[in-house]
Write a protein that binds this ligand. Structure first.
Ligand code: GLU
Length: 414
């Protein structure tokens, strides 16, 4: 992980896109610098009576196109460089899918799976107190990310409303439906991945029932993507979580695996279905039509890129492919649909949640899903056209679409 500074990787990609577009450094230099970075510490009384101090971050990369927007990651390896990159990716993600936000991201160094509910609540409330002055429905709007969920957001909105003394549901998204969450938000990132995968198949004349798909990661994004793609008749031949990967060339029983992990069993170790166990590294190198990395950053690197046998990669995680790996994949003719487009379903429905909160008028799930489909497919087509026009990769095309909108907004604001 330390070998790749994800923020440097972000700058490299942005600069490549700027070169292809032929714009001047002055047009985009501001995006090399986050607007605001906050580092906080949270003393938390643990269940065993000891006091533990946790560290956290909130980075607001840009507010050029609207308030900063992005999740809060709860992970033991989260660090300032990673959060800075994740915040910048949010700026570009919101721009490429044309929703009126800038980008932000937060992180807390912790091991959420090893903490009790009470400890997590106290940590979340302490973090919210520390950043309360700098977030808000028109300033910066946190959401769930790796290691956080609707419950985390429910505590955050409660704490924020207490601090402010008013009901401001639009301060965070990804909340439970009972307290201002949107229908369809929990599944939105995976649903978006599914729409992007199906759209790619359509563009290349592929029949979903003939496609073999491999998915790395069975967290919220990976598991929902697997479930929805399987419902479309796609053959999912391998999935994994942190403990191991499961493989069956003829296709896995995704509904069965889904109910297995949904029952609170997060590890696939005990799963007894019709499949063999392989490692995560082996999973990435399986022959397939579509590889969907849905775990963490830096999974496809210069180390293993040459051994990837997929025809397409749909990046459901943020930053799974390094810049060096990208070049290798491009030479091999593997098409990579980039994270800022593929996994944008979450933030798109976060935007719908925020709109519903501001209007106090709530939509039904079909309406949310239909609007999500329209927004993400339109973005896919914008990127597809830019790729045709500039003869570049999907990633550079997505950055071109985003940068165009960002630079225009920057110039109009003066
Ligand atoms: N954490 C998600 C992402 O990386 C969702 C962000 C949001 O909904 O604001 O896109």
């Amino acid at each position: 992980m330390a070998k790749y500074n994800p923020f440097d990787e972000f700058i490299k990609v942005m600069e490549s896109a700027a070169r292809v577009m032929g714009i001047n450094e002055e047009d985009y230099v501001t995006f090399k610098y986050p607007e605001r970075e906050i580092k906080v510490s949270m003393p938390v009384r643990m269940d065993d009576g000891t006091l533990k101090v946790f560290e956290g971050f909130r980075v607001q990369h840009s507010s050029v196109r609207g308030p900063s927007k992005g999740g809060v990651r709860y992970h033991h390896a989260v660090n300032a460089d990673e959060v800075r990159a994740l915040a910048a990716w949010m700026t570009f993600k919101c721009a490429v899918v044309a929703i009126p936000y800038g980008g932000g991201k937060g992180g807390i160094i912790c091991r959420p799976r090893e903490m009790s509910k009470g400890e997590l609540e106290r940590l979340t409330r302490a973090y919210t107190d520390k950043i309360a002055a700098n977030i808000g429905p028109s300033i910066d709007i946190p959401a769930p990310d790796v290691g956080s969920n609707a419950q985390t957001m429910d505590w955050m909105v409660d704490e924020y409303c207490k601090v402010k003394g008013e009901s401001l549901y639009g301060v965070v998204t990804g909340k439970s439906i009972e307290i201002g969450g949107s229908k369809g938000r929990a599944e939105a990132t995976g649903r978006g991945v599914c729409f992007v995968t199906l759209e790619t198949m359509k563009k290349y004349g592929l029949n979903p029932a003939d496609c073999k798909v491999v998915i790395q990661g069975m967290g919220n994004v990976g598991s929902v993507s697997a479930k929805l793609l399987a419902e479309e008749g796609v053959r999912i031949t391998a999935v994994s979580d942190v403990s191991c990967a499961l493989y069956n060339e003829k296709g896995l029983d995704i509904a069965d695996i889904y109910s297995y992990i949904d029952g609170g069993r997060n590890l696939l170790d005990g799963y007894k279905g019709d499949c063999i166990k392989i490692t995560n590294a082996e999973l990435l190198e399986l022959p397939c039509d579509f590889l969907i990395p849905a775990a963490l950053e830096n999974q496809i690197t210069a180390e293993n890129a040459d051994r990837i046998k997929a025809s397409f990669i749909i990046e459901a995680a943020n930053g799974p492919t390094t810049v060096e790996a990208d070049a290798i994949l491009e030479k091999k003719g593997i098409k990579v649909i980039p994270d800022i487009l593929s996994n944008s379903g979450g933030v798109i429905v976060s935007y719908f949640e925020w709109v519903q909160n501001l209007q106090n008028f709530y939509w039904d799930e079909d309406d949310v899903n239909a609007k999500l489909k329209r927004q993400i497919v339109n973005a896919f087509n914008d990127v597809y056209e830019a790729r045709e026009k500039y003869g570049c990769s999907y990633r550079i095309a997505a950055y071109i679409v985003a940068l165009n909108r960002l630079v225009t907004a920057r110039k109009l604001r003066g």
